[in-house]
Design a protein around this ligand. Structure first.
Ligand SMILES: *Cc1c(COP(=O)(O)O)cnc(C)c1O
Length: 372
C-alpha cells in the first residue's frame, strides 16, 4: 500500500496479529464441525483485526464461505479475494435500494434475506439469483417468522434459496434452555427447504453438546481467539497482541492522586509509569481502576501491573512498584493483550465482552501481521 508506514516509531503502540493462530483456530473449528463446513464471519473488519489480511489467510487455508454484515464489506471482501472461490453472505439483509442490490449482486454476494419485504425486493431486482434466508427462532432481531418462510417455500422461487439460517441468542450459556428451543424451531423450518443447506451455529454453538452443526457453521469470535466456552478453559489460540511503550516513570507518596478526577489514591508510596495508550486506541475507559474495582492489568516482563486511575484518551497510568527497576523505564513495552492477558479477561475488567474489545481496536496502532 503506497504511503503505508513501514516501521514502528518508538512511541507508537503495537498491534500484532498472528495469522497462523487465526488459521489454526479455523482448522480446529472446521475439524470439530465436520462434516459440516466452517464459514468465517469477517464482519466489522474481521472483528477489528483487518478484513483483507484475515480473509486472504483463511482463503489460502481453504475457507470458502464468508459472512459480512454490510454490502460495502462484501465488495471489499470480493476484491481482497480476487479470483479465489468464495461464497459471500451479507448478514444485514437487503435494502429496497436498487443501486445497493446491484452492488451486492455485482460482488457476487448473497443477501441473507430476513423478511417477506426483503424477499420481494430480491425477486424484483435480482430475479433468479441465489439467496440465503434468515428465519427467526426467538432472538427477535433479524429474520422472518416460520410462517413467512413457509409461504416462500411453497413458491417456485424457493429454488433460489440455497441456505437457510438462524442465530442463537445465548449459545455461550451451555445450559440455557433457549438453545434447545431454538434448535427445535430451526429444525422444522429447515425441513421446508430440503434442497438448501442449513446453518445455525456461531462459535459457541459449535461447542454445544447437542452439536447443531447442520451443513455450515458460522464462526467469528473463536477464530479471533475469543473463548467460545466461557466457563471452561479457552480451546482457541491467541491471535491478538497489544503492546504500548512506557513514556515516563515517577515515584509518588502515599495519598497521591492519579489521573482525571482523582479516582485512585496511592495506598502507600508507589512507583508509577505512564504508558502511551488510551481509550482512543480501544483501551476502554471502563477498564479504569478505582479503589474498589480491579482495572485492566498489563505485563511488564513477567510482572503484572494494574492500571490505576482513569484511562485517558492517549495515556494510561500503571503501577510498576512490583516490577524490576531496570524494566520499568521509558521506552520499555508493556503488554495489554496477548497470551497472558486474554481478550475475555480484559473484557471482564471493562464490564463488557471480548467482541467489543476486538472491534474497538483502533486504526492508530502500528499494525504488524505475522504468519499466514
Ligand atoms: C456475528 C454473527 C455470527 C458469528 O458469531 P460469533 O459468536 O462471533 O461466532 C454468526 N451468525 C450471525 C448471524 C452473526 O450475526
Amino acid at each position: 500500500m503506497s504511503g503505508a508506514q513501514q516501521t514502528r516509531l518508538a512511541s507508537q503502540a503495537l498491534l500484532t496479529i498472528d495469522l497462523d493462530a487465526l488459521i489454526a483456530n479455523w482448522r480446529a473449528i472446521a475439524a470439530r464441525a465436520a462434516p459440516a463446513q466452517c464459514a468465517a464471519v469477517v464482519k466489522a473488519d474481521a472483528y477489528g483485526i483487518g478484513l483483507e489480511p484475515a480473509a486472504q489467510a483463511l482463503s489460502r487455508a481453504g475457507c470458502v464461505s464468508f459472512f459480512v454484515a454490510h454490502v460495502a464489506e462484501a465488495v471489499r471482501l470480493r476484491a481482497a479475494l480476487g479470483g479465489a472461490p468464495a461464497q459471500i453472505y451479507c448478514l444485514n439483509g437487503l435494502s429496497d435500494d436498487a443501486a445497493e442490490i446491484q452492488t451486492l449482486a455485482g460482488a457476487q454476494a448473497f443477501p441473507v434475506i430476513g423478511s417477506a419485504h426483503e424477499w420481494a425486493a430480491w425477486l424484483k431486482h435480482a430475479p433468479g439469483h441465489e439467496a440465503a434466508l434468515h428465519v427467526d427462532t426467538g432472538m427477535n432481531r433479524l429474520g422472518m417468522s416460520a410462517q413467512e418462510a413457509k409461504a416462500i417455500a411453497d413458491t417456485p422461487e424457493a429454488a433460489c434459496v440455497t441456505l437457510v439460517l438462524s442465530h442463537f441468542a445465548s449459545s455461550e450459556e451451555r445450559d440455557n434452555p433457549m438453545n434447545a428451543a431454538q434448535i427445535a424451531a430451526f429444525e422444522s423450518v429447515r425441513q421446508m427447504f430440503s434442497n438448501a443447506r442449513a446453518s445455525l451455529a456461531n462459535s459457541s454453538g459449535v461447542f454445544l453438546p447437542t452439536a447443531p452443526h447442520y451443513d455450515l457453521v458460522r464462526a467469528g469470535y473463536a477464530l479471533y481467539g475469543g473463548n467460545p466456552t466461557p466457563v471452561a478453559p479457552n480451546p482457541m489460540q491467541n491471535v491478538v497482541r497489544v503492546q504500548a511503550p512506557i513514556i515516563q516513570v515517577r515515584n509518588v507518596e502515599a495519598g497521591a492522586m492519579v489521573g482525571y478526577n482523582s479516582t485512585w489514591r496511592a495506598p502507600s508510596p508507589r512507583r508509577l509509569a505512564t504508558i502511551g495508550i488510551g481509550y482512543a486506541d480501544g483501551l476502554l475507559r471502563s477498564a479504569s481502576g478505582t479503589q474498589d474495582k480491579p482495572a485492566a492489568q498489563v505485563y511488564l516482563g513477567d510482572a503484572p501491573c494494574p492500571v490505576v486511575g482513569r484511562i485517558s484518551m492517549d495515556l494510561s497510568v500503571i503501577d510498576v512498584t512490583d516490577a524490576s527497576l531496570e524494566a520499568a523505564a521509558p521506552g520499555a513495552m508493556v503488554e495489554l493483550l496477548g497470551s497472558r492477558i486474554s481478550v475475555d479477561d480484559l473484557a471482564s475488567r471493562a464490564n463488557t465482552i471480548g467482541y467489543e474489545i476486538l472491534t474497538s481496536l483502533s486504526r492508530r496502532y502500528f499494525r504488524q501481521y505475522v504468519g499466514g
